[in-house]
Design a protein around this ligand. Structure first.
Ligand SMILES: [Zn+2]
Length: 171
């Protein structure tokens, strides 16, 4: 007998984005247009689908997404349907999710609350972004990732600084 209910998915599409599916598709298309590789886009696509599915399971409206929601997602013990069987999500994964949230904010689907806005970035993050731009030739896309990453992870950045990372990377 074929176990259709258990093993019918072989790819990342298993995560059901539900009502957000068109936006996830648009997000992936947007990243492709910006120059991301198909591998990278598929990673972002999977993370966005996962967030969408988790929102549904958690009964959180997309319009209610804020730092608290992304933090909860980052810490959730994953039991979402699909191929993921890892209990947690990595920092990189959360960064991708933040990027999707930013995308939703740009389309005014998620309200741009002060917590998500750029001015809340630590000054050293902005300095680091400038340094990346000037000295490493990093693309705006990557720098943009840094901003998205910091939307829910600035506390980790602060913790890293506390652990001895320099305040300025400009030297
Ligand atoms: Zn999950």
């Amino acid at each position: 007998m074929v176990k259709l209910s258990e093993n019918h998915c072989h790819g990342q599409r298993c995560m059901d984005a539900g009502d957000l599916a068109p936006l996830v598709t648009e997000f992936a298309r947007h990243l492709t247009v910006l120059g991301h590789s198909s591998l990278t886009v598929s990673g972002y696509d999977a993370a966005a689908r996962h967030l969408a599915q988790w929102l549904t399971l958690s009964k959180v409206a997309v319009t209610d997404i804020d730092d608290g929601v992304t933090d909860r997602f980052a810490r959730h013990r994953c039991r979402c349907p699909g191929i993921r069987r890892v209990k947690g999500v990595s920092k990189k994964y959360v960064r991708r999710v933040c990027r999707f949230v930013k995308f939703l904010g740009e389309r005014e689907i998620v309200q741009r609350k002060p917590k998500l806005a750029l001015p809340t970035l630590d000054r050293w993050v902005v300095e680091f972004q400038d340094w990346l731009r000037q000295h490493r030739g990093v693309t705006e896309l990557t720098i943009d990732d840094m901003v998205a990453w910091s939307c829910g992870c600035s506390r980790r950045l602060a913790a890293s600084r506390e652990a001895g990372m320099p305040n300025s990377f400009a030297r």
